[in-house]
Design a protein around this ligand. Sequence first.
Ligand code: AMP
Ligand code: ZN
Ligand code: FE
Ligand code: FE
Length: 270
Amino acid sequence: MIDLHTHTNHSDGTATPSQLIRAAEEAGLKVIAITDHDTLSGWDEAVRTPHQLELIQGIELTTRYGPKTVHLLGYFLDGDAGPTFRNWLDQIHAHRLERNWRLVERLQQLGIEISWEEVESLGGRMAGRPHFARLLVKKGYASSPEQAFERYLGEDGLAFVHRQAPSLEEGIRRIRQAGGIPSLAHPARLNLADEETFLRMMKSAGLVAVEALHSDHDDSTARRYAALARRLDLVITGGSDYHGATKPSVTLGNPSLDMRSLEALRNLKL
Ligand code: AMP
Ligand code: ZN
Ligand code: FE
Ligand code: FE
C-alpha cells in the first residue's frame, strides 16, 4: 500500500515525523507523501529520520476560491520545492501569526482569559483555530470545539478574524513554478454545483491532478472523480489524510491506490 496524503504534528496531525514513518512501516506501506498544511518542516525533519519506505515531499496549501476554502496538494517528486516556494510559505506563515495575534486580542476584548503563550504552547509554529478551540473548551468557554467555532472562531463567530490566504490559482501557479504537481484535495468537500466546469477551469490554470481517492470518499464518489479525471485528462492521486489522534477513525494507506498512480505522476512531463 501507499499513501499520498498524511499529516504530522508540524501541522495538525499528532504523530511526529519519526512516529509517522514508524507507523507507516509497521502498516507495511512502501511510500508515503508528507502533506502538512502550509509547511515543509515536517518533511524536513522526516528526511533526517532513518527510514526504509520511500518519502515524497508534499504540501497541502490552504487557498481561497471565492468564498470557499480550497485545499490544494502539491507533490515535489524531485525532493525539494526550492527557496522561492519556501519564502512564499514564510509569508503565509506570517499572515497566520498576525491573524492569531488579532484573534487573541479579540477574545480578550470579549472578556476571555487567553494568552498568546497558551495558544503557542498548544499549537507550536502552526497554531491555528483548532488549537484556540481546544483552549476555549479547556477553559470552560465552550462545551466542545464545534461550539467554540460556532460562538467565537467560525466565520459567524464573535471573534472571527479573516486570514489572508492565496487564491487557488496562485497556489497552482506557485506549485508548478516550484516544479511540483498540483492536485485538488478531497474535492467532495467543496460541494460544487458544476464540478466539471470548475475542474476544466482549474486545468486551464495549471491543475494537473485530482485526489479521487480519499478517506472521505465512498466507492461511488471515488469512481465519479476517477471518471471525471479520465475525461478531463487529469491524473488521479489519493491517500488517507492521516492526522493521528486528531482523526482516530482514519488509518494509514488507501487500499484503492496503487503504485501505478504514482508511476503516472512520475511519468508526467510538465
Ligand atoms: P486556521 O487555518 O487556523 O484558520 O484553521 C482552520 C481549521 O479549523 C480547518 O482546517 C478546520 O479543521 C477547522 N475548522 C474551521 N471551521 C470549523 C468549524 N466550523 N468547526 C470545526 N472546525 C473548524
Ligand atoms: Zn489537517
Ligand atoms: Fe485537507
Ligand atoms: Fe489533509
